[in-house]
Design a protein around this ligand. Sequence first.
Ligand SMILES: Cc1cc2nc3c(=O)[nH]c(=O)nc-3n(C[C@H](O)[C@H](O)[C@H](O)COP(=O)(O)OP(=O)(O)OC[C@H]3O[C@@H](n4cnc5c(N)ncnc54)[C@H](O)[C@@H]3O)c2cc1C
Length: 588
Amino acid sequence: MKSTLLSRRDLDFLLYEWLRVDELTKLERFADHSRETFDGVLDLSEQLASRYFAPHNKKSDANEPSFDGDKVTVIEDVKEALDAFAHADLIGMGMDQDLGGAQLPATVAQAAFAWFSAANISTTGYLMLTIANANLLAKFANPDQIDAFLRPMLAGRFTGTMALSETQAGSSLADITTRAEPQDDGSYRLFGSKMWISGAEHELTENIVNLVLAKIPGGPPGTKGISLLIVPKYLVNADGSVGERNDVVLAGLNHKMGQRGITNTVLNFGEGKFRPGGKPGAVGYLVGEPHRGITYMFHMMNEARMGVGMGAVSLGYTGYLKSLQYARERPQGRPVTAKDPSTPQIPIIEHPDVKRMLLAQKAYVEGGLALALYCAKLVDLGDSDDLLDILTPVAKSWPSQWCLEANNLAIQVHGGYGYTREYDVEQHYRDNRLNPIHEGTHGIQSLDLLGRKVTQRGGASMAALANAVEKTITSARATGGEPSELAAQLESAWQRLVGVTTAMFGSGDIEAAMANSVIYLETFGHIVVAWLWLEQVLAAHGHAGDFYDGKRQAARYFFRYELPKTAPQLDLLKSVDRTTLEMRDEWF
Ligand SMILES: Cc1cc2nc3c(=O)[nH]c(=O)nc-3n(C[C@H](O)[C@H](O)[C@H](O)COP(=O)(O)OP(=O)(O)OC[C@H]3O[C@@H](n4cnc5c(N)ncnc54)[C@H](O)[C@@H]3O)c2cc1C
């Protein structure tokens, strides 16, 4: 039976027929690999995700972690799934071989991971955070820290978290107040509190490695004064065994709309419940240099942002496949031209409006998957920072918006049944609703895109994107036929975007331009995804069969129904409209 998590056929198309990831093995870093090892990891991931992750997805939603004031209880299936993932050596799949990793391309690792996110985004969340944490330590931690914390994470003995947010400081990390006081032995003692920390308290592993942003007293104000520290739940002894309890204390669990299977915590540091070494404060170890924490964390955040985008795609994708299956099986109504009630009912997939909803989902999720994998390949190539930089806010936000919309449509395809808990799609929607919020909200991504990425390094990132888009347009023109027609449409949208961007900055009214940054992000994202749909059309060109016809039809849908939505948005942006800026609090 075909999986309703993801489409392996589509993954193979994107990875091999379009991105040609097998050619990455020509790079020294991936020389030990081959298409066989890539396929092996993808096969294994599909199997493990189906066997250990999917079956408890609803169960963990219905039985969220509970806290009795002492310990947190999580359903046992979660541990079984995490252990299966660790035993398969997948935690280090993208990590360097000298650290014990498999050194797979990020493109393959992301595709493999997508199976787990589609199956169970909450249980996978523990792994995503652990992997991102381990990658950061691999880059910036010292050898002792690597031995004490990173290696046990790769072995599945410890999990990791990222502890940035505080109650009063979410989008604005400059305002965090957790402080880290230096000690004579080179360690630090932390005092303060963190809010929203995912995966930070449980009994699933021996220890939890919290990566915490804190301020060392006397440092510069704002983000320049933020340092990064390892603050484990338990201290680690010299022989690597788990030792004394650190003063990292769970103040309570947050109860969420979705992603309920992963703990989300309020953590207190140094409140005095435990006194490691007989002294107050939670013991922390500085990563790298003082006051450089935001720079280090950005390393993890960029990866995490792309990971969030891929998570959104995975949830959108599984919702799409489930609604497709439902639409094929649900008989209801008759064609508009056949009103005779004695004729048999048709499956709802025969209704054009249901096909519209399925096509929209297909266009969003396959477009989002293309975007996520394209960005992962840029990471692997390692020579396209300008392009990766400008695509990162898009890779985070576009799937968070449109693959969430896909989940919305998946519910609609199910009719009333979609609104019940009997079916999966309502949970996918709730789970996916987090993605435009965490790892930098939609609004924050738009400020990053318009306020930073578009103009950075003298416009180098925008130029790199222009170059890539124009290359596709040129080859589509040379191909002729429908690709050439789509190329003309893309070129006109792209040229307008460039012109409007120039006009916005040229207006001199930067405040008004920035007030419309979310509209800009949406338009920009739709044009980027149209470009990637044209890329897919080119990869499918000359191939016959249902799969390729489906690609072409979804591309047509995107160019006819979605891309034109950018025209009125571009008009609005060009006018550097001040409506939202001039709205007053007292007028609401
Ligand atoms: C389930 C869940 C899991 C999370 N996991 C983690 C985690 O593991 N680790 C961690 O550190 N954090 C985590 N977070 C925190 C998350 O990153 C923050 O919630 C997010 O960054 C937004 O911060 P906030 O909630 O304080 O909202 P606020 O920053 O108060 O934002 C509220 C609204 O105001 C807007 N806004 C704020 N500032 C601006 C601005 N300058 N310009 C325009 N609009 C603005 C926002 O876009 C948003 O719409 C998690 C959150 C949730 C809900």
